[in-house]
Design a protein around this ligand. Structure first.
Ligand SMILES: Nc1ncnc2c1ncn2[C@@H]1O[C@H](COP(=O)(O)OP(=O)(O)OP(=O)(O)O)[C@@H](O)[C@H]1O
Ligand SMILES: [Mg+2]
Length: 470
């Protein structure tokens, strides 16, 4: 202890104070340490070196404190001269409550700092600590969201969950696609993760810090598609803006353009898209000037494009342009081995968003395996979400909980036949519509084109209604 303040001048007031208080603090604390002006350790007591897991406290003396305690904020205290009276520091997954004080020589110059670990057992501080943890998690989530927002994407390759051979092959091809600047075609049923994968490829590619722009061809009314893609020149038509309106191609310039539901593109637009891809230039509506664009296209569809080519509703030359690298995402029923990891990831996500806790038992996962998942991972997510909402907080989802939800979604059609009390007509009609849409999607195994046909409405109207329902 005598070498603690081995400085040349022993008359500094603050130091005297600290020297007087030190034995008391050291006694009461779970560890104590001192550093000099250069933040080298001058002294460390036995209990602190034990807490840090050091074999020999003497070896720590003379070393920069950051080397011994990576999370330390002692340098900040020495630098600013301001004490940190209460701070939580993580060391080896342990959270310590520490107080750090600078000390001065008699000229008022900083000589170093001392720190005490006030608690190594945070049990009595649980409410404070859990608040700290929550804030920490919120901060991490907000940072992640910000980074994703800056890129325009929410997903990276790690978000495509799966360890089955089929899922690994998808990821291998996605990584390959990310490394090369070529068009990619994603094929897969509804809810298999085409959007997830498209964003992930962009995020891992050299274009990651440029925009990712998605356009859902099926959701845009046919007469607006051209403007949506290529933009509009000022005053192109009566009522058009005086200003130029950029299309998705211009917005995606330098980055990635995601053409979702590309099978829904009308033939005349297919020709224009082909030209844009071949020439790397586009012509905004009502303009006679061409604009150079540099985009990588990732297209996706749940339709069978080859069959559409045979029927004459999709151009084969466009198909070959888009399909330089094809990735087929298998339906969930063909990779049931991934149910376990998917459940873990999805439950984690759902709970994080709603402040719930939840887990699923092996029997629960097995129960999920008995179903054939026409809506794929989107449907799995919905089922888990419903099961979690119905269970008590912290409950394990077992086979019973899963069957309850699965049966309910299957028997909804039947329960609708039971007369219910009279309600406003608008509500009854909205419910009937929602139910008709759900049934159509079920019958068409999630194929929205078929569902729209069955319902006698256009795809864009179906999309509009789906968006209102979710
Ligand atoms: N491999 C996966 N791992 C984790 N979550 C996934 C995976 N695939 C899909 N999801 C989740 O399932 C939902 C649907 O995914 P996504 O929107 O990418 O499907 P899609 O193939 O584009 O469907 P659609 O054809 O209906 O547009 C999203 O909530 C997504 O986060
Ligand atoms: Mg999609």
């Amino acid at each position: 202890m005598s070498q603690l303040f081995a400085g040349k001048n022993k008359s500094g007031l603050t130091r005297e104070l600290i020297e007087a208080l030190f034995p008391m603090f050291e006694e009461a604390s779970a560890g104590a340490i001192a550093v000099d002006r250069q933040t080298r350790i001058t002294w460390i007591n036995h209990s602190y070196s034990q807490l840090l897991g050091l074999d020999d406290p003497a070896q720590a003396v003379g070393r920069p404190v950051q080397q011994v305690i990576p999370q330390t904020r002692m340098p900040e205290v020495v630098e600013t001269g301001k004490p940190l009276l209460l701070d939580i520091m993580e060391h080896n997954r342990q959270q310590l409550v520490v107080t750090r004080l600078p000390y001065y020589d008699d000229k008022g110059e900083i000589e170093g700092a001392v720190a005490f670990v006030l608690y190594d057992d945070l049990q009595p501080l649980t409410p404070l600590v859990s608040k700290y943890r929550r804030l920490h998690q919120d901060l991490a989530a907000a940072r992640k969201a910000l980074a994703r927002k800056a890129r325009g994407t929410r997903y990276s390759l790690g978000d495509f969950v799966g360890a089955s051979p089929a899922a690994l092959e998808v990821k291998r091809r996605a990584r390959l696609a990310a490394g090369r600047d070529m068009p990619v075609l994603l094929l897969g049923e509804t809810g298999t993760g085409k959007e997830v994968l498209a964003q992930a490829i962009h995020t891992v590619s050299a274009r990651a810090d440029r925009p990712f722009v998605g356009v859902n061809v099926a959701a845009v009314p046919e007469n607006l598609l051209e403007a949506e893609f290529f933009g509009v020149a000022p005053g192109a038509y009566t009522g058009a803006d005086r200003r130029t309106r950029d299309g998705k191609f211009q917005l995606a310039n330098g980055g990635t353009l995601f053409l979702d539901e590309v099978g829904d593109m009308p033939l005349p637009l297919q020709a224009k898209l082909l030209r844009a891809l071949q020439e790397g230039e586009i012509e905004p509506l009502g303009s006679n000037k061409v604009v150079q664009v540099d985009v990588r296209v990732i297209a996706a569809t749940s339709q069978n494009l080859e069959a559409m080519i045979a029927q004459g509703s999709f151009r084969s030359d466009l198909y070959y342009r888009l399909n330089v690298l094809e990735i087929t995402i298998p339906p969930l029923r063909d990779r049931l081995a991934d149910l376990g990891v998917l459940c873990e990831a999805l439950i984690g996500e759902i709970c994080e968003g709603q402040g719930l806790r939840g887990e699923i038992t092996d029997a629960g996962v097995a129960a999920l395996g008995s179903y054939d998942w026409p809506g794929n991972i989107r449907e799995l997510r919905n089922v888990l979400e419903r099961a979690l909402t119905m269970s008590e907080d912290g409950d394990l989802l077992d086979a019973d909980a899963i069957f309850k939800v699965l049966q309910r979604s299957r028997s909804r059609a039947v329960s609708a036949m039971v007369p219910r009390s009279v309600r406003p007509l608008a509500r009854i009609m909205a419910e009937a519509e929602a139910q008709a849409i759900e049934e159509a999607l079920l019958v068409s195994r999630g194929n929205r084109t078929r569902a729209a046909k069955l319902l006698g409405i256009s795809r864009s109207v179906l999309y509009e209604k789906l968006a209102k329902m979710s």
